[in-house]
Structures are given as structure tokens and as C-alpha cells.
Design a binder for this molecule. Sequence first.
Ligand code: 6CS
Ligand code: FE
Length: 301
Amino acid sequence: MHTAQDLYPSRVGQQEKIINRKDPVVYGDQQSESPWSLSPSQLKQFDEDGFLVLPNYLPSLVDSIKNEAQVLKKKLAGRDERVLEPDSGELRSLFALHRHSEFLADVSRDARILTPVEQILASQAYVMQSRLNIKPAFKGKSFAWHSDFETWHVEDGMPRMRAVTAWIMLTENTPYNGPLYVVPGSHKKFVSCEGTTAQDNHKTSLRQQKAGVPKPESLEAMLDDKGIQGIYGPPGTLVLHECNILHGSPDNLSPWPRSIAMFVYNSVKNKVQEPFGGIKPRPEYLSDPDMTPLKKSTKLI
Ligand code: 6CS
Ligand code: FE
């Protein structure tokens, strides 16, 4: 049984409601000498919008990440880390990049990424989850509107909103190839969703999420208020994405894949507990129990 107070109850059989965020967004605003620190205006933008786009930030890593992804696809053949598209059976996502590839573990520690992440979190961090989202041409299916934090809280036991996702565009992200839609400012609200969570929900939710998806009434309230913004950019663009921002993406109807590599950084001060949804913890490839703080690396620079 869970003993910690649940500040963000969701899928615990109650009526759906929208509540206020109870945690800071930017935990510290320290400026360091580092060339990769965010400026005060970038921190302010992240605080207000819940995301920040750094166009063409890591172009030199793109080809190496793509090559490594090909190796990992083979290495992980037949394993649960590979998640398939709902209809076509094409590869949709590949999880635990940092656990199966030294190179991608190096990318996760890259000072160009970890400096702004630690700045926002005002602490050291570890990679709780990493994945490749492939969004294959024509066959890549949508992701329903959701907050990542909602899932990590209910299914993984992440207690507070103190995590940031950094994702790197591996192909151009355009309005046509199933881009990410975000709701700017939505990270300051929390949709406490209806329903409950089935054991092993993750076996279906990664192909098509149903639990933890707000009802149309809640979505209308959030989207009408704050609007929708698509995130576009050339390969090598880095996006910093607050853990509770409402987001989703449409099907890819184009002949161009929309592939990204994504690393979820949880603060070491935000130790995961038992899942708040009363289910057993998800497998390690979805929520890494190794909370050893990452050391920034300049190896790839
Ligand atoms: O399950 C997860 O951890 C992530 N994946 C999906 C499809 N939704 C919630 C969260 O972003
Ligand atoms: Fe998500």
C-alpha cells in the first residue's frame, strides 16, 4: 500500500477534474559559465510554455544516432523493448536506448543536453526512460492527447513534477509527417483522469493509449484556453519538454518518417515510489530503477 500523500490523484475511480500544478516548473535559475546554459529569457519561456525548441542544436549527432538505431533494432529483435504499430505491425518505438548502447548512453550524458536539464531541475538527474519513436511513413499512427507525468505518476510512482524530456529530431519534423502537437502552458494544470489502470496496461498503451487520456470535455477546456502548437524543425533540433505538458500527435500520412530519439530525465530528488495507480511497477525498460546521477560528458563534442 502506498504511504506517501498523492498530490496528483488520477485513475483512482474519481470524477475527472482539472487541478492546479503544485510544483515549480523551473526549480532554479542559476546561471553558470557553461556555454550550454539556458539564458534567463529561455528559462522564462520554458516556465511559461512548458517547452523550448533549440533548432539545429545537435546536427553532428544525427547520423550516428540513426546508425546506432539500426544496430539496436537488430540487437533487440524479439524483445519487449520493441513496440509495434497498432495496424501495420511496423516498428513504432524502441525503448531503453541508454541501457543497450554505450553510444546512446554517452548521448544521454552529453553536456549540451544535460546542462540545461540540470539547470531546470536544479539537481542532478538520471535517465528514467529513453526511446526512439519512429513514426514510419504512411503507417505511423497517432498518439492520443496525454501528459507523460500522468502515466509516470500512476504507473511508475513518480511523485512530483520534476522531470524533463529532451528529444532530438532525427528527420525533419514538418506539419505533414505526424508532428508533435503541444498545448503551451498546459503544464500548469493537471487533468486528474477518470477510470482505473489495468495490470499490464503498458502492453497495449504504448501502441494506443486509452487510460490516462483526458475526456473530450477536459480537452476542450484546456485546448480552447491555450491553443495548439505544432513543433517543427530540421534534423538535429533539440526540444526540452516539461513532464506534465499536454501533447499528442496525428497519424503520419506522408511518405516521410518523423523519427526522434528521446531521453526522460528525472531529478534524483524525485525518487520514484510504488505506482500511485495501485498496479505493480512497470518493467525496467520503461522505468529504469537505476537512479545513479549522470555525470556530464564532453566526449561527443
Ligand atoms: O508510457 C509512457 O511512459 C509514455 N508513453 C505514452 C504513449 N504515454 C505516456 C508516456 O508518454
Ligand atoms: Fe508523451
